[in-house]
Design a protein around this ligand. Sequence first.
Ligand code: AP5
Ligand code: MG
Length: 228
Amino acid sequence: MALSDRFHGIVILGAPGSGKGTQAKLISESVDLPHISSGELLRANIANQTPLGIMAKGLIDSGNLVPDDVAVPIVRDRLMQDDCKRGFILDGFPRTIPQADALNSVLHVLGMCITLVPYLRVSERMLMQRLMHRLTCRVCGTTYSLVSLSPGDICEKPDCGGVLFRRSDDDPDTQRKRIAIYEEQTAPLISYYAERHILKRVSGEHTVDYIFRKLLEAMRSSRTCDQI
Ligand code: AP5
Ligand code: MG
């Protein structure tokens, strides 16, 4: 069976800067499944100045998590859309054990499941380096490095034309805080998913292409919802 014919419920786990967004975007383009980034959904609310965005901005800018009762409904509503029926790639959600439990309940009701949780391991030194140099396209979300480009430059993707910017939570103090919160609140999800036999540990310190190939391999050998 072709990879794109199977149902894939994927959660990419990893610290801030581990490459979750980079890999989720590649998988999404390769197997034509929606890439659902809770951070992007929140940033869109901030950009549109919705009540939720106004509430979330201070928390995100200071490196804190938004409360579970804010994060869960945003992702739940997205998962209920038709394009998720063949599968989805979650990036940045769940981030706490209560979020993971809530996700299981939502998927159960929808008749879906998580088939694979790639966990991208990256040292703290490298996480800091990557976030310090990250530039993000305002339109398509592609990331670049400050080493070769500057804020205000234009995205190099064909037909995009988006402006590159530095995320407001990418300064060193906020990065340290985000990594500390990740260790405290999100890292427990590694054993949560390992106990459910769907965790796949992948070193996130290789090249983007190498990691992408490893993730596609893991998707090929992942179990189906019936087997979980
Ligand atoms: P979110 O947007 O999810 O941010 P994050 O988890 O902190 O992760 P990042 O997006 O910073 O990193 P990434 O792992 O995606 O790495 P990337 O691919 O960009 O969340 C932001 C905030 O929103 C949170 O702090 C919180 O406040 C809130 N929030 C979101 N979800 C929430 C939830 N569920 N509950 C509560 N609050 C929530 O890569 C990083 C850089 O490295 C890039 O420049 C990239 O080009 C480069 N790179 C990637 N891979 C490689 C590689 N293999 N080699 C070299 N460079 C690489
Ligand atoms: Mg990201």
